[in-house]
Write a protein that binds this ligand. Structure first.
Ligand SMILES: NC(=O)c1ccc[n+]([C@@H]2O[C@H](COP(=O)([O-])OP(=O)(O)OC[C@H]3O[C@@H](n4cnc5c(N)ncnc54)[C@H](O)[C@@H]3O)[C@@H](O)[C@H]2O)c1
Length: 273
């Protein structure tokens, strides 16, 4: 097969939840560059607009909507608008998510200080906020018999990261859901619908800035520990996700389903010794 064709996303439509953020925005750019039309979703109108404006590409192929991934009604309305405009959805990247400062156990606290309401909210955003858009945007994919669903997990799913109990549990659930849905889709709809996840390592973005950076912009102790545990000795650059998301989105990964691909500079491979 022609190699550029394997990685071409021409004529396909990609929905990126959390595309208003740093990693979602970078992945949207990658999918756009590979030929897809991209629709980014986020809760903040300004961030949606500025990320759409910041995407380099033909205006016709980039758009955005305000849409909360935990709100079924909003998701349905947006799906109807996307279907009315493009007539298809081929790729779904579930990138909305992240930690919430209130759900983080502070260094001087322990598990019994956990704010349960925040724990529930971070779980709801990261887990239900993956399942619900998949239910709604996955339906036209299943009807058409083709589609690639890419969930965004985290290295926190497989290994214990101190302090972020709810976030980690939710991402572990996302990985379990990825495997479960991959099997369900294959059994009920054939090999046209694939479901995979990407587990990014550490990238400096809005949702984790307070954990990684002091107000003066220098690294926190936690950031220094992370870099010590990352063989590449750096945080990820959002562009580091491009190749993986484009590969998983299209024909180049046609026999790949139910996997979790770490993009982490070696973090998950390293024992620390
Ligand atoms: N930054 C990292 O190091 C890292 C590592 C592993 C996984 N991740 C995951 O990558 C994804 C993207 O995060 P990011 O680091 O780019 O953070 P970010 O804060 O830059 O982006 C997250 C985006 O999600 C949007 N969002 C939040 N709640 C939403 C909701 N209810 N509905 C719709 N959109 C909503 C936010 O407005 C924001 O634009 C998240 O799932 C995060 O957990 C990030």
């Amino acid at each position: 097969m022609n190699i550029p064709d394997l990685f071409s996303l021409n004529n396909s439509v990609a929905v990126i939840t959390g595309g208003s953020g740093i990693l979602g925005g970078a992945m949207a750019q990658g999918l756009l560059d590979a030929g897809a039309s991209v629709v980014i979703l986020g809760t903040n109108q300004e961030k949606v607009d500025s990320n759409v404006a910041g995407l380099h590409g033909i205006d016709d192929r980039k758009s955005g909507f305000v849409c909360d991934v935990t709100n079924e009604e909003q998701l349905r309305q947006v799906r109807d608008r996307i279907m009315a405009r493009f007539g298809r959805i081929d790729i779904l990247v579930n990138a909305a998510g992240g930690n919430r400062p209130g759900a983080t156990i502070q260094p001087e606290q322990n598990f019994f200080d956990l704010n349960f309401s925040e724990f529930q909210q971070v779980t709801s955003l990261n887990y239900f906020g993956t399942v619900l858009p998949t239910l709604i945007f996955g339906e036209p994919m299943a009807a058409a018999g083709r589609g690639s669903i890419i969930n965004i997990s985290s290295v926190a799913a497989a290994r214990s990261l101190t302090r972020v109990a709810g976030y980690s549990a939710a991402k572990a659930a996302v990985e379990n859901f990825t495997r479960w849905l991959a099997v369900e889709m294959a059994k009920k709809f054939g090999e046209g619908i694939r479901v995979n996840a990407i587990a990014p390592g550490f990238f400096l973005t809005e949702q984790n800035r307070t954990l990684l950076q002091k107000p003066d912009g220098t690294n926190t102790e936690r950031a220094a520990e992370i870099l010590r545990m990352t063989p590449f000795k750096r945080f990820g650059d959002p562009k580091d996700l491009t190749g993986t998301v484009v590969w998983l989105a299209g024909n180049a990964s046609s026999f790949v389903t139910g996997t979790v691909i770490p993009v982490d500079g070696g973090f998950s491979a390293f024992s620390g010794v």
